[in-house]
Design a protein around this ligand. Sequence first.
Ligand code: NAD
Length: 418
Amino acid sequence: MLDEVAGHHDPFAEVNETVSRACEIVGLPDDVRQIFCSTYREISVQIPLRRGDGSITVLRGYRVQHNGARGPYKGGIRYHPEASISEVRAMASLMTWKCAIVNLPYGGAKGGVMVDPKTLNESELEQLTRRFTLAISYVLGVNRDIPAPDVNTNAQIMAWIMDAYGSRYGHQPGIVTGKPVELGGSLGREAATGRGVVNVVAEAAHDLGIKLEGARVAIQGFGNVGYNAARLIRELGCNVVGISDASGGVLNPKGLDIDSLQAWTAEHGGVAGFTGGETGTNADLLACDCDILIPAALSNAITEENVGDVKARMVVEAANHPLSSEADDALVDMGVTVVPDILANAGGVTVSYLEWVQNIQQYRWTEDHVNRELASVMKRAWGEVYAYSQDHKLPLRDAAMCLSVARVARAAKLRGYI
Ligand code: NAD
């Protein structure tokens, strides 16, 4: 959707379109829809950053809490020049629905600092993180709002957040998730999103009658999510026939050797040039002959321009918002099953939740235990969304959204605020 005044893309308005449609299908009144299409609390802070040369750069940071009916707010913090307030609101709203769909006792939030972290050195990055944490600390808390990593933030940054928060309020590891394992991070967190994607593929294939032994899979993106999905999907008997990243693509109808590709990428900085397959482009990857396509890189990777090239029977949204609304509608018309992001990539926040649970218990689970819990959460969520879509004859995205808004509305009603 276009923001008519500014003439540019408005991510929050786009999310609200889907939310409004779900509210209508579920039969929620307009006043409830209005609550869901706006945010509960937004804090905007100034972050003066003293640079190595003595000058000061003034940065802007946000924390947006969308809806807390089901529990404390939960969501990542991104460092990106385009982390605008509309983007952060949209992501906060999606976190509300994502947590509801996998039935975690959380509401949704998101934070961002408008900065290109590549322009900062390590000590400036640490200083920025500490200042931002203290500036928003009034709305954080183990039982109030728990940040996590997102675009351009990582376990080290989470460690600084924990330390900065702890210096003011006392040591509380459950204040942030995605921490290094040495500081209370969970085993299994690193691979959780990719693993959750694979858990969902296994369930979906079973219910949709897609044979996984020998099924051809193409994956866009070979970062944290794409790599782990590629590595783990082979355990289902699938053949990864194509992978692309920012450097280009590699295709091999007989199947790519993921371990060798990972070693190549570590050495050369991207998949391009890998000798275990044919060289291709990102467009070739999206259009290749495959049964399952997993966009795990960018938002809006598939639009009305290239959706017609897709040959897969199932598209699994590992990235956030990889399909434009037009592409999504077109795929549904083409009879392709689209597993929506709020379900498909919820493995990350699920293991963040398991990290928080371990921090509160002051007890560490084994990686196997974490992976089993994750698989059972993803299996149940898939089953509920699929059953709803069958019962109500809805695409999976609408089914997931309807279930989520109904759950959040029920919690709000029980609390007595709607
Ligand atoms: P990452 O930075 O580790 O990897 C991103 C990958 O995308 C890289 O391989 C990069 O080369 C590739 N890429 C960048 N530009 C590209 C282009 N133009 N064409 C093709 N590939 C390109 O990121 P990630 O953590 O793997 O996240 C990927 C997506 O999944 C993002 O949308 C993110 O928001 C979403 N996601 C991640 C998590 C998580 O736990 N990491 C959780 C939920 C959702």
